[in-house]
Every structure is written in C-alpha cells, then in structure tokens.
Design a protein around this ligand. Sequence first.
Ligand code: ACM
Ligand code: ZN
Length: 523
Amino acid sequence: MLKLVPYPGVKVENLPGNCILPRKAGICTGPFSNNSIAAFSERCGIENNGPVFLTLRYNKKLPEEGYMLEITEKGITVEASCEQGVIWVLTTVANLLDDGKLPCCRIEDAPKYSHRGISLDCARHFFPAKEVKRIINTMSLAKLNVLHWHLSDDQGWRIESRKFPRLQEMSREYFTQDEIRDVVQYAALRGVEIIPEIDLPGHTSGILAAYPEYSCSGREVNLAACGGIYPVILCAGKEKTFQFLKELLAEITELFPGPRFHIGGDEAPKSEWKKCPHCQARMHELDITSYEDLQADFSRRVNDILKSLGKQAICWNETLRADTPPEDIQIQYWTLQYRDTMERFANNGGKWIYSDMFELYLDYPHSMTSLKKLYNTNPHLGRRSVTDQDGMIGLEGCLWTEHINDPERLENLLFPRAFALGEICWGGTRNYEEFLTRLDAQLVSPLYQDIRITEKNWWDPKGSARRKEAISYFSAINSGMSEDVREQTVESAAPNREFSQSFMNKFFKPSDMPFLLATMFKK
Ligand code: ACM
Ligand code: ZN
C-alpha cells in the first residue's frame, strides 16, 4: 500500500519498478501556469531545466481538484482539469518521494469535499507570518485547502489598516499589509484559500478599544486579557457603525483575493442592545421584537457590504437563531445549541461547513479529542447523520488560542490531527490502523522534519495520564477567567446545566463529573 495520507479516493494501481527523479527534471506545464509547479519544485529540490521528465496535460473530464497520475521508470505524466488538481497531484508525488525514488504506479484521485479547512486564531494570541506559513505548508501536504484566519477578537485586532490605524496601534502585534499579501500568495501556491474572519458584532473589544464610538454606549473599552465572552459589542442601530464597517471591509477585502469572507456572528450577548436607544429605534423601524432578529439585520447589512465587494459571507451557526436569518450566507456549524435552526438550514439546502466542537475543536488537548476520535468523526446533526443530499461542503478543524501562546504547542495541537482531518475531508474509505501505518511512513519524509508533531504516546492517550491532562485543562479554562467574565461566558455559552453536562459527557467519564460540575458552577 502506498504511504499516502490522505489515501487516494478513486483508484490505485501499483506497477513494478521504481522511478529515479532527476534533480534537473524538465517539466512540460502544458496549459497550466508555473504557479502550479512552484511548491513541488521547492519541496523536491527540482530544477526545471533538464530533458522533459514530467508532463502535465489538461483533461476536462476530470473533476474539480481531481487528477490522474502515472509514474513509470521513464517519467511522470499527470492530467488535471484545473490548477488545483495539478497542485494536489504534485503534492502526491512529493509525498511519495523516498530518497530520490518514486514507486511506479497509476493513481486516479479526487476529493469528496471542496472545503477542507483549518481555522487558526491569531487574535487571542498573535503568531507571526512565518509561523502561519509553516502551518499552511504542512496542512497543504495533507491536501487541506482552506485556512480560515481569525484576525480580530476581544484580545486584539491583527490587520494593518491604513484608514483606521488606531486598530493596530492599540493591539500592537499585527500583520502588516505586505505580510498578509505574502501569506496569501504563499498559500495560493500551495492550493490553500485564505478566508479572513472579522468576528461581528460580538467579540469586538479589539475594534472598540480603538474606536469606542461604534458600541452602543460609546464608553471606553479595554482589550480583553483572557478568553471568555464580553458584553460590549458593536451597536446594531447607529448608522455610523455601518459606514465604518463599509470603509474597513473595503480596505481589508482588497488584501484577500479569495471569494469568501467570514463575519463571525457567534456569542454576541445582547445586554447592551437592550439598553440602547439606537438599537431600539432600529427595531422599531424594522417592526421586530427579537434581538436575534436585530442580529440578523446587522449580519444582513454586513453581507450587503460584502456582496457589493464581490464576496460570499460565512457566519457561525448562531446567526440562524433569528426568525428570518440573512440569506445567501454559508454557515459554519460548531455548537449543537439551537440545533433545530441548523437542521432547518440544512434541510432547506443551505451550504455549510462542519466544525462540531466536540469533534473538531483542536484547542482541546489530545486527551479530550484524540487522533482516533477525530479520525472516526462522522458528520451528524444531533442523531441524524449528514447525507450526501445535505449541503455540507466540507469540514474544518478549529484551533482557538485563548490558552495557547507558544508556536510549538500550536503545532503539537494541529499535528498529527490535521492529517486525520485531511483524510476525512478527502473522503476515501477509512481504516484507522492502516491510516496510522501510512502516516508513520509518510512522516519520515524530510518534508515533515521541521514541523513539531505531538509525540506518538500522546496521539491516543489513555488511563490516568489522559484523565489528569483533560481535567487540568478544563479547570484551567474556567479558573483563568475573572469572575464576571466567567459568569457571562457560562451564561451565554452554556445557558443551562443540561448543556454543560452534555458537554462534559462527550469528553469525560461519569466518575469525573462531580468535580467538573463543581468547577463549572462554582460561584
Ligand atoms: C466559537 O467557538 N465561538 C465559534
Ligand atoms: Zn446600540
């Protein structure tokens, strides 16, 4: 069996013999651009100036991102219908390369899902562009093709704005516009779409610390010092809030050429809106009485701005709580709270991304979400399995960084779990033991020597070591927050004991529960 993760989805045929890849291997790109071979040449140390050894051909019958590969002793032939397909077939070749040799074979391959993502939170803690590029490079080796980049939150704003420079001045650590362009270009060469996220209207202390006039009260706001849910959010009633967002989004969308833009919508407490004359006036004007409908109006207006800038908006699934949620948005499903609204959206043919927190949140340590547990994820909404008729466009693992400030820990949490995610998203048949064998063989390649992958004995931790780590992680989350933030967070994120219990049941044993519930509800 070829040592490939993800394993090819359509057909693999082993042929006798090996192919020696020459250093100077001429590449005939046919109709494809040099961009599609750039990462390959770098990964394999190829100089494209010898006699033709690798031929790329256009085959319009192949599916989006799919490819055919034939490796013989004489050379390599690939076919694809788009540049993405070329990037993935050459990723396959790079992964197969072993000490200058390739096994002769014929492969036909294509992914099941178009959205194969990792979300990376650079707002709670900042990680420099160099680190982001390391992650992009390694995730693309697993044929993951989306980096959802969380760039603003209560702890900071991370994009240089020339129009609103106080944003980065207040937050201090941020990506310059040149760095962002560089990361976007680096990702594109590796087949990765960058989706920036500016979380709105909640999780906005990073914005309001610089421009408090766009909250309901206009009072001074501090950057948050730790994780949690903070009550001061953008005002949904002031016209000037939308004028500000229009100018800000016009500037930011220029930096990200991809088609999609994430506008958050999660965990937006409504306590300020309830006291605000501007928000009340807007509700009166719209003749609505529900604050979820006011959030829907907010998101609809931001979506209109994005549409005028040529972007498709994505929101977290709380946005669906309104009686009339905004239309034309893609949804990222993370929380089973308000599951009925998510089910309705899926039943009505909406397009959505699966990021169930119990399965795909990568900030939870391996003790809570082990490699095996993640590998065996089968998307579902409650008890109902997701079928091919649903509009699920793919899966995304989320790495939040409230409690992570060290790049090594960041990489440890991502890898090897991102390889399991890559295999799920690619969509071939799954067999965990076989996956481990292929992964072991693949990780020996020089391509993986720089990235800091969790040590093998922590991939599927068991027994008291597992329990100890999981419990200490969970209680650290709670005790790290100040009392008022924790209360607000527990109230908004887990409005009742039943949800808390179901949360902990997913990760812990019944014998751990008394301690955990006491931690969660300590006053
Ligand atoms: C989220 O975890 N608040 C999307
Ligand atoms: Zn308001």
